[in-house]
Write a new protein. Structure first.
Length: 129
């Protein structure tokens, strides 16, 4: 066997090992996300934009994408009587949030979970009262 053929075989073996280890890493990441091992919690409060009063029973939805964007998770939380919520998200990636509540316009937000903070989400009334 010639030197160049041996070298080509070595490179093919190395490329195969690299591809296999990459596939295993992605599979472990997906499995961890589904188990919630990589999860974080976004805490916050939903308030009326005009009065600043808390909005109870608002539904907070979060959609997060993993680095390769083919793994999407949807998480949901509901506010308590003080407008407080805790949204557990699976991957530690930026999250698009949507808040829905009766008598309010649906509102969208973008939150970076790597910046641990208490977020305040303000909603605008859709009808008087």
């Amino acid at each position: 066997m010639s030197v160049s053929r041996k070298s080509a075989i070595r490179w093919a073996i190395l490329a195969t090992l690299f591809a296999a280890s990459y596939a295993i890493a992605i599979a472990l990441f997906v499995w961890s996300c589904k188990r919630g091992d990589l999860g974080m919690t976004i805490r916050g409060r939903v308030v009326d934009r005009q009065s600043g009063l808390p909005i109870r029973d608002a539904v907070v939805l979060g959609t997060s994408g993993a680095p390769l964007q083919f793994i999407l998770t949807r998480d949901q939380a509901r506010t308590n009587q003080y407008g407080i919520f805790e949204l557990k998200i699976s991957p530690t990636r930026p999250t698009q949030m949507r808040v829905d509540a009766q008598r309010y316009f649906p509102t969208g937000y973008y939150v970076d979970p790597m910046q641990p903070a208490f977020v305040e989400l303000k909603m605008t009334r859709s009808m008087p009262g």
